[in-house]
Design a binder for this molecule. Sequence first.
Ligand code: TYM
Length: 347
Amino acid sequence: MSEKKPRVFSGVQPTGNLHLGNYLGAIRRFVELQNDHECIYCVVDMHAITVWQDPAELTRNIREVAAAFIAAGVDAEQHIIFNQSQVSGHAELAWVFNCVARIGWLNRMTQFKEKAGKNREKASVGLYDYPVLMAADILLYHAEKVPVGEDQKQHLELTRDIAQKFNNDYGPRIRELGLNKFDEGFFPLPEPVIAGPATRVMSLKDGTKKMSKSDPSDLSRINLSDDADAIAKKIRKAKTDPHPLPETVEELKERPEADNLVGIYAALAGISKQDVLNEFGGKGFAEFKPKLAELTVETLAPINAEMKRLLADPTHLDAILKNGAERARAIADPIWRDVKAIVGFIG
Ligand code: TYM
């Protein structure tokens, strides 16, 4: 009998402007994990509406993320691609976890503080509760590995805390029902997979700020939908400093913009930052930037073309999502049934 492959879960929000950070920090890693894992990749539409989304745009953006997964190389037949709202277990398990997670834990979430900004009282309750739904996403499938960018590390820690508290609070009941599925109890403690030179791609306009879908300046990010000219222009205009590239990674420390561009190059070429500096150390940005633009276009152009092709046939994409949701439900339903039994619900 073949060994069961570890299960991977990750999600991307359909909030528009998918960018190079999403690709290098997450989507490309999704593809790499496919060979030796059972992967479930989710378009987290319920997370998206924690901030206002125009309904027609949301529908388009859901398809766009699904298309990006496939265009980047996720195999929707061997693995699962679906959108969150088609599997009701996410919302149901999130409710149980709302009763496990503590308010103090959520109060520590830095992403909520950043996203809510000064106007905290006006933020949606959903935005505050966002990380609990994320824990439900992962644990509904008993997933053990979660490929994400650096910014999701704290949410993953919260997921582990929720799993652990559930396992402890219901420990006797879990044992009584014989539902100790993992060493840790009913739920595994999922591991984040955060690795490589591009776990935090920074804005092209400010090397101290994360590249983000919501940055008002389109020049701050490279979108997966950008054509070759737009990419070249954005890299040409990217902020830098007046010095040539250094010889060692150590010397990049005080130079956030240079560090970011070298990191992007390294991630795209599949080499280390030091390898990049071995080639470009001592050279100016005027020489480095066109090479970086070339490499970026080389990587993104085929993805961009394939996304366009897929998006031209929304019926086909919707069928892929529907089929993925059915297969996701087949995994989630028995786990949700067990949760209900553990908690003491009837039915
Ligand atoms: P989202 O849509 O904001 O981001 C999707 C993925 O892209 C990564 N990412 C980055 N990586 C490197 N550099 C950047 N500048 C950058 N910006 C974004 C994010 O870390 C993420 O991996 N909360 C998640 C969505 C989610 C999820 C989940 C993830 C919902 N449920 C369950 C994993 C498991 C998010 O931030 O999505």
